[in-house]
Design a protein around this ligand. Structure first.
Ligand SMILES: NC(=O)c1ccc[n+]([C@@H]2O[C@H](COP(=O)([O-])OP(=O)(O)OC[C@H]3O[C@@H](n4cnc5c(N)ncnc54)[C@H](OP(=O)(O)O)[C@@H]3O)[C@@H](O)[C@H]2O)c1
Length: 276
């Protein structure tokens, strides 16, 4: 059964897809927890969506820092209550190799390790019907963890594509693991949406993206549906474009590879006992 005011936690809430989704959910009466790095833009968004009076709050997080992820998870867990859906929307694209305080490449940390750890740390708040929707893209990049850690072999487009492939592999393994806790996991492709995500990409890429992208309203509605619609209450292990199921590339569907990746990631982020 869907609560009257379902609680939805959204990372990347200040971005194009995240803010459209948050607005759609707030309009439908959800209790929305907005996550992004602390900023005026985050404060303004909370206000714009009606703040505490409209059940909208914020929890700051830097997904590139596992310490910050743990601290944000502690804050959310401390508040208690059931989380009806966790929407992993945040992502970043950078053109230069940058190492985080944990020693990870920046996109790998923000787009994959951070969401992986956050999801696992919120397990006990999601159990009993919770949904995890991770925003990805139909990536065909073959994941090679060693290459993703190598500064010498860094290629921004390759690394970004790999993080989206990792998000898909994570989702499919999570869907299997989370059944024990009665939690669902799905991935979502918003389609091409006008945003600042590729602002560091080359000019031709930005120009093409601008031409073929649309405003994020539709994606926000669709993601809000996946989060709270009764129609998707039992759906797990699917990859959606909008609200339609699509087939992921063969490069991400190997179950043994997904399971091995999960174990390796748990080691790398030094995940505490209590994850999925
Ligand atoms: N746009 C598209 O055409 C498209 C296509 C396919 C898939 N997607 C996926 O859709 C999702 C949303 O993309 P978008 O276009 O809405 O991007 P966007 O407008 O650039 O928003 C990115 C969001 O991620 C947050 N973020 C970035 N770095 C962060 C960090 N270190 N810690 C915490 N939050 C961080 C940003 O928040 P702050 O900077 O305020 O912290 C912002 O809220 C992404 O997963 C993307 O891969 C987008």
């Amino acid at each position: 059964m869907i609560a009257l005011h379902p609680t939805i936690v959204i990372s990347g809430a200040t971005g194009a897809v995240g803010s459209a989704t948050a607005a759609a959910l707030a309009r439908r009466g959800a209790r929305v927890v907005l996550m992004a790095r602390p900023s005026e833009r985050l404060d303004t968004l909370v206000e714009r969506l009606g703040g505490a009076e409209n059940r909208v709050s914020q929890v700051p997080i830097d997904l590139a820092s596992m310490r910050s992820v743990r601290s944000a998870a502690r804050e959310i867990n401390g508040a208690g209550g059931h989380i009806d859906a966790l929407l992993n929307v945040a992502a970043t694209f950078v053109t230069r190799y940058q190492k985080t305080s944990d020693g990870f490449e920046h996109m790998l940390a923000t787009n994959y390790f951070g969401p992986f750890l956050l999801t696992n740390l919120l397990r006990d708040r999601l159990l009993g019907g919770g949904r995890v929707v991770t925003v990805a893209a139909p990536s065909t990049t073959r994941v090679d963890m060693q290459r993703l850690f190598s500064k010498e072999h860094f290629d921004a487009m390759h690394s970004f594509g790999a993080t989206k492939a990792l998000d898909l592999m994570f989702t499919f393994e999570l869907a299997r693991r989370a059944k024990r806790w009665d939690v669902r996991a799905n991935a979502f492709h918003p389609g091409l949406v006008r945003s600042e995500l590729m602002s560091e990409a080359s000019r031709p890429i930005r120009m093409v993206a601008r031409l073929v992208s649309r405003s994020p309203g539709r994606a926000g509605q669709d993601l809000a549906d996946l989060a709270i619609s009764p129609a998707h209450a039992g759906t797990t292990g699917w990859f959606f474009k909008g609200t339609q199921r699509i087939e992921p590339a063969k490069t991400v569907t190997d179950e043994a590879a997904q399971a091995a990746l999960w174990r390796r990631t748990a080691e790398l982020v030094e995940m505490e006992i209590g994850g999925f």
